[in-house]
Design a protein around this ligand. Structure first.
Ligand code: ASP
Length: 332
């Protein structure tokens, strides 16, 4: 996978990356936190594919568009790209060879919408938005989500691309159909934005852990875990092992920490520290786990932190669009 970093790094790679990661991310976080002016509009998203996604979001934001429209437009870029193999069309399947997608969206009024284990629909984020805007509910799953999507005019398509099918068949040979945590490729696009009017929204979408058990749902479609927005305070989104993010109600925690006065950077650090603590409580190996958070507050200050090296995120404001390596906990 060349377009994104693999979560699971060798220690050699991790050590080599150490110095650059620390210096770049710290410099960036400090620069933002020392500024008192509000930076808006601004959009942040996870991973390399965040760059292109940010460009699409920026088209909305630069013309005074709403953050909600920006985040939906932004994450639809990797969702619709068959070469992005961890989100939407082209995403890796579950262990039964089925591509099941998770997504959620949240706006400045605390409107929320979510779909989980949705098959055959290229843009789960737009189905999540339709759940938010057109139903009295906040979450639809599996067949119910598909039926709803079809009733809204979404088109049923095959999302399993040849490459993903090939990988799945290879995986089946050695895996013996056992879901093995932490060796599979995954990644999520989480995007959070502050618009010119000073309002926040967020979106999060993924095909989840490759070769997961059928029916497995991660953090990404769960409001409070993979995404949270409080228009008075800030927004956060997550990537990585969803089970660990859910365990600490990750993004809600990050936003609550910002409410208590922490900077976005410090809030992400504290949330990752909680993940780390619970990993050790459960006597699991930290080196097998990755979780990353990105956060943005009402002033347009932002930060990110993750368990181990390799996580990056894209930031677009009036000065341009750039990728930043996140600082991380596990320094060997
Ligand atoms: N958080 C996603 C999940 O657990 C995967 C990822 O972001 O890597 O489904």
């Amino acid at each position: 996978m060349t377009s994104r970093r693999n979560f699971i790094k060798t220690s050699a790679l991790a050590s080599a990356a150490l110095l650059t990661n620390v210096s770049e991310s710290k410099a960036s976080a400090n620069k933002k936190e020392s500024s008192s002016a509000i930076t808006k509009p601004i959009v942040l998203s996870t991973w390399n594919f965040g760059l292109k996604a940010n460009d699409a979001a920026w088209e909305v934001l630069k013309t005074n568009g709403r953050a909600l429209d920006a985040v939906e437009a932004g994450v639809k870029i990797p969702e619709g790209d068959p070469t992005e193999r961890s989100v939407g069309y082209g995403g890796r399947p579950d262990r039964d060879g089925r591509v099941t997608l998770d997504a959620c969206i949240m706006d400045e009024f605390a409107n929320i919408g979510s779909v989980a284990c949705l098959e055959f629909i290229k843009h789960p984020i737009s189905v999540a938005r339709a759940v938010m805007e057109k139903t009295p509910h906040v979450m639809l799953v599996a067949d119910g989500a598909l039926q709803f999507a079809l009733s809204q005019g979404f088109v049923k398509e095959n999302l399993l691309v040849e490459e993903s099918e090939k990988e799945w068949k290879e995986w089946l040979k050695t895996s013996n159909y056992k879901p093995i945590a932490n060796i599979e490729n995954h990644d999520t696009i989480g995007m959070i934005a502050l618009d010119a009017a000073g309002n926040l929204s967020g979106a999060c979408t993924t095909s989840g852990m490759a070769f997961k058990m059928h029916g497995r749902v991660g953090d990404s479609p769960i409001i409070g875990a993979g995404l949270y927005v409080d228009n008075e305070i800030g927004a956060a989104t997550a990537t990585g092992h969803g089970e660990e993010v859910i365990r600490i109600a990750g993004c809600h925690l990050v936003v609550e920490l910002m409410r208590q006065g922490k900077s976005p950077q410090d809030a992400c650090v504290e949330a990752v520290n909680r993940v780390v603590k619970l990993i050790s409580l459960r006597k699991k190996e930290l080196k097998d786990i990755q979780v990353g958070f990105i956060a943005l507050n009402k002033n347009g200050e932002y930060g990110a932190y993750c368990v181990q090296s390799g996580f990056n995120y894209a930031v677009h404001d009036a000065t341009g669009n750039r990728l930043i390596d996140s600082d991380f906990h596990l320094k060997m």
